[in-house]
Design a binder for this molecule. Structure first.
Ligand code: SF4
Ligand code: SF4
Length: 382
């Protein structure tokens, strides 16, 4: 199933409305993480390093729908953890589709074939299958043999059942441009769009050696795009974002463009970085000190070029300067010549390490809520 044209129209209309209303900050995609539990343990993952009590928590379907309405973004991406483990995932997706949200369900695809019956093909629903490269590369990235073959089989089954499928690839240091190009050729053969992003250097990821810095990212993507000339790979990104990956644009990130809601609440400041949580989306937007995040401002942001921070910036740039974006689309991403100036890191504030205190706070809250529930049940029974 092709990506429906009306998706672009709806998103364009949404952007226009935000501009006309004079809004400075608005979300484009809600990153909804209804659970952190996963059935894989990838070495570059920064999402699953929690105690069991937290991995066992789920957002209810109602909480998911409320989050989508509160946020108002036209698209909802459901990463995780592995969302297909959530028992109510079919209802959650159906409820979001009924609210006319474009849903991108991100999955490592191990459970996809078994759970396809929970979903109905719709122009509003896309499966986004985690594939970090071709067979050997992907199986190594997810630390388990056979996952690539299972994912490819599931992609074909989903396509045969009428679903739209994309793949999402996270790129780490050591992945050669030639291998990435071969992977993109393969994705084209499979007729799937690709979303691709350099891995964010999660402080809790088991493998800290292989995160790309910005310089290496730009050099790598230049080589990849050079190899792709004339091949018409189908990226699920704006050409402005691809131009940024190739070092041709000096963008600052837009952390509120893809806000994250998970079992802790609304995450400050972005999907990649958990520096605090708020109860409501409004509170997130109004109380986050946005100026204290981003490359050049905060040590943890130094090497970030991830799509969730920079795709909204690219979308905004394309909206403000459509001719420039069109020119890049027609001519292709420039892969040689000088790069745009890099943001200096000399004024960035040092990293703050708040992970343990956040987890501790959540565990205390959960224990308090459980104790209150027990006390209520005892009182009701008396
Ligand atoms: S599949 Fe995704 S959520 Fe699960 S461990 Fe791998 S990167 Fe993390
Ligand atoms: S640079 Fe922006 S998107 Fe990246 S981690 Fe920092 S705040 Fe988040």
């Amino acid at each position: 199933m092709a990506i429906p044209f009306h998706k672009e129209i709806r998103i364009g209309a949404y952007l226009l409305k935000q501009k006309m209303l004079g809004r400075k900050r608005y979300p484009l995609v809600l990153m909804l993480e209804p659970l952190f539990r996963c059935n894989l343990a990838c070495v570059g993952c920064g999402k699953i390093d929690y105690p069991d009590a937290i991995l066992n928590r789920r957002m209810s379907a109602q909480e998911c729908w409320d989050a989508a309405e509160e946020c108002g973004a036209p698209m909802v991406a459901i990463p995780g953890g592995e969302p297909l483990i959530h028992k109510e995932i079919g209802e959650i997706v159906a409820g979001l589709v009924a609210r006319k949200k474009f849903v991108s369900l991100c999955t490592n695809a191990l459970l996809l074939e078994k759970k396809l019956h929970l979903f109905k093909p719709s122009p509003y629903l896309f499966f986004s299958v985690h594939l970090d490269g071709l067979r050997d590369h992907h199986d190594k990235a997810v630390s388990q043999k056979g996952v690539f073959d299972k994912a490819v089989k599931a992609i074909k089954a989903a396509q045969d059942a009428g679903f739209a499928v994309n793949v999402n690839a996270t790129i780490f240091d050591g992945h050669s441009a030639e291998d990435i190009a071969a992977f993109l050729d393969y994705a084209k053969e499979m007729n799937v769009g690709v979303s691709i992003s350099p891995g964010y250097a999660y402080e809790r990821a088991p493998d800290q050696e292989h995160f790309l810095n910005r310089k290496k990212t730009k050099e790598l993507f230049r080589k990849v795009f050079e190899l792709g000339k004339g091949k018409r790979w189908k990226f699920m990104h704006s050409t402005s974002f691809l131009d940024f990956l190739a070092g041709n644009q000096e963008y600052e990130c837009t952390p509120w463009g893809m806000p994250a809601r998970n079992i802790f609440g609304w995450q400050k400041p972005c999907y990649l970085l958990g520096e605090g949580y708020t109860k409501t989306f409004k509170e997130l937007m109004e109380t986050t000190d946005w100026n204290s995040y981003g490359t050049g401002k905060y040590e943890k942001c130094a090497n970030c070029m991830a799509h969730c921070g920079y795709e909204p910036t690219a979308a905004d740039a394309a909206f403000n300067n459509p001719l420039k974006a069109l020119w890049v689309s027609l001519r292709g991403v420039r892969t040689s010549g000088p790069m745009a100036p890099e943001i200096g890191l000399d004024k960035q504030r040092p990293a703050q390490y708040v992970f343990s205190s956040q987890v501790q706070m959540k565990l205390s809250e959960m224990r308090k809520a459980e104790a209150e529930e027990r006390a209520k049940n005892t009182a009701d029974a008396a």
